[in-house]
Ligand binder design. Structure first.
Ligand code: NAG
Ligand code: NAG
Ligand code: NAG
Ligand code: NAG
Ligand code: NAG
Ligand code: NAG
Ligand code: NAG
Length: 388
């Protein structure tokens, strides 16, 4: 009798568990009082839905349905118990006034296994046009200490500052995103990575007013592929080289297009003192198309944009093992390839292979190739003629 009872109990538990397997518990913000009139602040409702989803014993999903939701600066904090999906089907609207201490609009932090998706319809509207040029503006979405996570199928428009900022994150995938802001919108970087490791960015369409992708201090193992950039300032490594900065290593950029951007592939380091030299090394840029790009390939170790660097000294960032392979297209400026390296730490092992860049101005003289303190080799098809 007892054995039969135990067997029955077991069966019920097993069926219940099988049912739970791969199920996702949904937490719809509307059930927590969210109102999609685009005006009323929804922070309390979103926070309640997040807290329940995050503490759910299993996989959970916060669902933001169709509609327009106004949301003030908010922090979604982990750790959570299972995979936490954050599904934005509707439009989220940023505030145009906020407390001066807020630097980001939607912040995710200390989360492992976050699955952020816009399901192809979700939009983050930064409402930038109301505040561009103002002092205290918000990054649209930021991730701090987030690991093993996805960000996908989402559209960010008119961010006030950077669209996506990723800091101290590990093993994240950014895919199927659209990032849009006007070419003259200030500081609207597309995706900005700092102190990160193991980031994959693919199938992203970026048109913005600043860097499409910016890779800053302490970042390594980044794969970028199938990215379209334009308008924008290109894919930039740096600026690095100020005191406290850390090396940037293993960056792989493949099959990307730059259209009408000011830069294509740029590495910039500060002309500043640095107690311990750091590295920017082991980068590969492969299968890149440029259309009407001002500076398709540029290394600038004398970076000092406003011209008022306090101690202008040769950069102490050692740039090495940079391979440019199959870079083609039209160049809008006079210099197609520009290597301005440090006098004290010349660039080492710079390889240019199959570089074909022409001017669209149809002048007799095409764009040029310029070298300063650079060691390396070039082979394959080369236009303009290389100086390494
Ligand atoms: C949670 O989601 C992950 C990833 O999709 C899946 O592998 C796992 O089986 C799910 N767990 C449960 C309890 O449903
Ligand atoms: C959500 O909105 C989109 C665009 O407005 C519409 O195409 C879609 O049918 C809506 N979905 C639902 C479930 O209402
Ligand atoms: C993430 O969300 C998408 C869309 O809802 C879903 O297809 C995918 O299975 C989810 N992934 C995980 C790991 O939960
Ligand atoms: C990207 O999004 C499109 C449209 O929403 C979808 O058809 C496609 O499967 C997605 N690709 C990936 C890799 O998620
Ligand atoms: C980058 O690509 C390489 C080669 O395809 C692969 O081995 C590595 O795991 C990828 N890294 C990331 C972070 O996606
Ligand atoms: C390269 O990127 C373009 C879009 O930028 C895409 O259409 C094409 O499929 C990609 N090629 C490969 C081999 O992934
Ligand atoms: C490049 O940008 C111009 C201007 O926006 C556009 O007309 C053209 O179709 C784009 N070319 C490609 C290949 O995307």
């Amino acid at each position: 009798m007892l054995a039969k009872w135990i067997f029955l109990m077991c069966l019920i538990v097993c069926i219940a568990e099988a049912h739970e397997l791969n199920s996702i518990k949904l937490f719809n913000v509307e059930n927590y009082g969210a109102i999609s009139d685009g005006k009323i602040d929804n922070n309390v409702a979103f926070m309640s839905a997040w807290n329940e989803a995050c503490n759910w014993n299993g996989n959970a999903s916060v669902v933001i349905p169709n509609g327009s939701y106004m949301l003030n600066p908010i922090i979604f904090k982990g750790p959570c118990k299972g995979w936490t999906t954050f599904e934005i089907q509707g439009v989220l609207k940023a505030p145009i006034t906020h407390s001066f201490s807020d630097i980001s609009w939607i912040n995710f932090r200390y989360i492992d296994q976050l699955n952020l998706t816009g399901t192809g319809t979700g939009i983050l509207d930064g409402q930038g046009p109301w505040v561009w040029g103002h002092k205290h503006v918000l990054m649209t979405m930021s991730f701090d200490f987030v690991t093993n996570s996805y960000v996908q199928q989402l559209h960010s428009i008119n961010s006030q500052n950077a669209h996506f900022s990723v800091y101290s994150c590990e093993n994240m995938v950014f895919t199927n995103l659209t990032i849009t802001a006007p070419h003259n919108s200030p500081n609207t970087d597309g995706i900005k990575l700092g102190m990160c490791k193991g980031i994959n960015i693919n199938n992203v369409h970026i048109g913005t007013g600043d860097d499409c992708i910016a890779i800053i201090s302490g970042t390594s193992k980044v794969n970028i592929s199938n990215v379209y950039c334009g308008p924008g300032h290109g894919i930039s490594v740096g600026s690095v080289g100020n005191e406290g900065d850390e090396s940037i290593e293993e960056i792989y950029v493949k099959n990307c297009t730059f259209n009408g951007t000011s830069n294509g592939l740029r590495i910039k380091t500060w002309a500043a003192p640095l107690e311990q030299p750091i590295k920017a090394s082991n980068f590969v840029y492969e299968d890149i198309v440029v259309i009407d790009v001002e500076n398709p390939i540029i290394i600038d170790q004398h970076y000092c944009p406003s011209g008022n660097c306090i101690h202008q000294v040769p950069s102490r960032v050692q740039i090495s093992n940079i391979h440019y392979k199959n870079i083609q297209g039209s160049c809008k400026g006079d210099v197609a390839v520009s290597f301005k390296c440090s006098e004290t730490f010349p660039c080492q092992n710079i390889i240019t292979e199959d570089i074909y860049l022409w001017s669209n101005h149809c002048t007799q003289e095409g764009p040029s190739y310029s070298c300063e303190n650079v060691n390396g080799v070039s082979y394959g098809e080369q236009c303009p003629p290389p100086c390494i």
